[in-house]
Design a protein around this ligand. Structure first.
Ligand SMILES: [Zn+2]
Length: 319
């Protein structure tokens, strides 16, 4: 089934929906809905209270009488859980590792009111696009590690936690009777991903895990259009490209920014947000250094440098 990449709720298999937010750039995440009778399981809320409210209103209009009884948060990034408070009566499920990260998350406060702090420009830009007011962090009330099978009405939904990749505690949501998989941010389509955690090898292994799942024909990424196994294979190739390039660049002693700019993107030039290569190559460097450096916080200002010089020639060695 070809699902148009247009804003809103789409039925992607019988009683199985994706809520899409083109163009999938920072903060514009997808969600999912699995319905059985008058019950539903929601996969992820959105970045803000108003955007989550709009999604729940769309669900209520399309499916009157259906109640979201279970919410699964695929991981701890705000664009997948900061709207949780609008489902106060639901069972809210996440991996224990994701729940731990969510408990420590204070970024929403900074985005709502940075006070005297000067935020990097691309972070500040988020504040112009999204309304971060009124967020009351609403944490999972049921956690697990490894795998968990949930029931919604007469249907079964499998949660599969994979070893740290995009973040710690990433979870795949498999709906076997529909051949559908919601990947959260373990799959980005149309843009470069972000490796917050890694190691990158775990993410490549997560792609293998996805490709090994029986009967999955429809894959809903965390960001981007509804896809299938072909996009997962392409994404795995991207990760292998980044891993191999970063490993060579690290051996050659290249600074992260230069290594990012020199990445051979043949076959991937259509992907948006190439500045994220800085984080991804930095994550491989961190893994190879083994001492926690360069930390993600050190890399973020480099994203600003990349964006400020967009279109400019590659800077000379040593920058
Ligand atoms: Zn996301």
């Amino acid at each position: 089934m070809v699902v148009p990449y247009t804003f809103g709720l789409h039925e992607i298999a019988t009683d199985t929906y994706a809520y899409l937010q083109p163009d999938g750039s920072l903060g514009l995440s997808n969600a999912g809905l699995i319905v059985s009778g008058d019950e539903a399981l929601l996969v992820d809320t959105l970045f803000t209270v108003p955007s989550t409210r709009a999604m729940l209103d769309a669900v209520a209009r399309a499916l009157p009488g259906v109640t979201v009884t279970t919410l699964v948060n695929t991981h701890s990034d705000g664009d997948h859980w900061w709207g949780n408070q609008l489902l106060p009566d639901a069972s809210i499920v996440a991996s224990e590792a994701a729940a731990t990260a969510m408990r420590d998350d204070r970024l929403y406060e900074l985005l709502a009111d940075p006070g005297d702090l000067r935020l990097p420009r691309f972070v500040d830009d988020l504040r112009k696009t999204f309304d971060f007011g009124g967020i009351t962090p609403t944490l999972p009330n049921r956690t697990f590690s490894g795998e968990l099978e949930l029931t919604v009405g007469r249907r079964t939904v499998r949660l599969i936690e994979v070893p740290a990749a995009h973040t710690r505690g990433d979870v795949l949501v498999h709906v076997p009777d529909a051949g559908v998989l919601f990947t959260g941010d373990l799959l980005f389509v149309g843009g470069h991903p972000v490796i917050h955690s890694g190691p990158i090898g775990n993410w490549i292994a997560a792609c293998e895990r996805v490709l090994g799942l029986d009967g999955v024909t429809t894959v809903v990424p965390g960001h981007g259009p509804v896809s299938g196994p072909a996009e997962v294979r392409r994404f795995r190739s991207y990760l292998e490209r980044v891993r191999d390039h970063a490993t060579r660049a690290h051996r050659a002693g290249l600074p992260v920014l230069r290594a990012a700019r020199e990445t051979d993107l043949t076959g991937f030039t259509d992907l948006a947000d190439p500045e994220r290569l800085i984080l991804n190559i930095g994550a491989v460097y961190r893994e190879l250094n083994g001492d926690g450096t360069p930390a993600e916080e050190e890399l973020l200002p480099l994203l600003g440098q990349w964006l400020d010089h967009r279109g400019a020639p590659v800077p000379p060695p040593g920058t």
